[in-house]
Design a protein around this ligand. Structure first.
Ligand SMILES: [Zn+2]
Ligand SMILES: [Zn+2]
Length: 289
């Protein structure tokens, strides 16, 4: 992997001739994957700036934009595109976040890590952006996108959000996972109505483990890449260990514009969870015993 552009909030990394990652504000990974005829853009980030100029330097094919889920750090950049694909369950998450107040929070949250980030963008212009003219097209389990000798299959992974999906890239035998699989913490402390139960999440992870095609590598929406498939097993173990943990008061508390939760770490995985959802998970586990 080689960094080919590094300017302000954006770093473009070349994974190979047809596969790139645009990292935004040291936070989220936006992937660009080229087929013979079209190019996939997976997630659109915060969209602090118009990063399409970087895409134009490496790609001339028509873009197909697919979002892994509706969270603001993956969809606020949707305003840069005419049309995006997103799971029906998550459209409201994106539309709700697409307002100046949340965008102020979206700057404040990264400013903690990048103190001079306001100098690297136009805050006024960012607060005025809006995705209201961006058309949302829905995706569901089993949908296949053909980019020309490159096929991606949609795998529904409800959990982190109800409409989270992963994309399986057939010719490369890789999985683009969004936030559902990550070595960064998986945020799971949002409002109850926006997320699926922890049991549902564990079942989504098991579905990946039992997927009928080989998965050689996983590319996540945050953190380092590629990840090996073994991380999925450790994430499931993380959920079970977290449910068994009795020292909750000792855990670090983490806040975001989306809520506040406790962070539980297990090996190279961790989750930030809400007490309410974890309690519900414990009850369900006990019932199944
Ligand atoms: Zn997310
Ligand atoms: Zn995220």
């Amino acid at each position: 992997m080689e960094t080919i552009i590094s300017e302000g909030l954006y770093r473009v990394e070349k994974i190979d001739d047809r596969f790139y990652c645009i990292n935004e504000a040291n936070s989220n990974n936006i992937y660009l994957l080229m087929g013979q005829d079209k190019t996939l853009l997976f997630d659109t980030g915060y969209g602090y700036r118009d990063y399409r100029k970087y895409i134009a330097r490496i790609n001339r094919k028509p873009l197909v934009v697919i979002c892994s889920h509706g969270h603001y750090d993956h969809t606020l950049g949707n305003y840069l595109f005419d049309e995006v694909y997103l799971h029906r369950e998550d459209e409201a998450l994106w539309r709700k976040a697409d307002n100046p107040e949340l965008k102020k929070d979206a700057i404040a949250i990264r400013e903690k890590k990048i103190p001079d980030m306001r100098q690297m963008m136009s805050v006024d212009a960012y607060l005025k952006t809006s995705g209201k003219d961006t058309k949302c097209r829905y995706i569901k389990e089993g949908d296949i996108f053909d980019f020309g000798r490159l096929h991606c299959e949609v795998i529904e992974m409800p959990g982190h959000t109800k409409g989270s999906i992963a994309l399986y890239v057939k010719e490369r035998q890789i999985l683009l996972s969004g936030d559902s699989i990550s070595n960064h913490f998986v945020w799971y402390a949002g409002k109850r109505e926006d997320v699926a139960s922890y049991m549902t999440y564990v079942n989504s992870l098991k579905k990946i483990l039992n997927y009928d095609k080989p998965i050689k590598e996983i590319y996540s929406g945050h953190g380092t890449y590629p990840l090996e498939i073994g991380i999925v097993e450790r994430m499931i173990e993380c959920m079970y260990h977290c449910a068994e943990n009795t020292n909750e008061e000792d855990l670090p508390v983490i806040s975001s514009p989306d809520g506040t939760g406790r962070q539980f770490a297990y090996k190279d995985t961790s989750i930030v969870y809400s007490d309410e959802l974890m309690e519900e998970f414990r009850r369900e586990l006990n019932e199944n015993d």
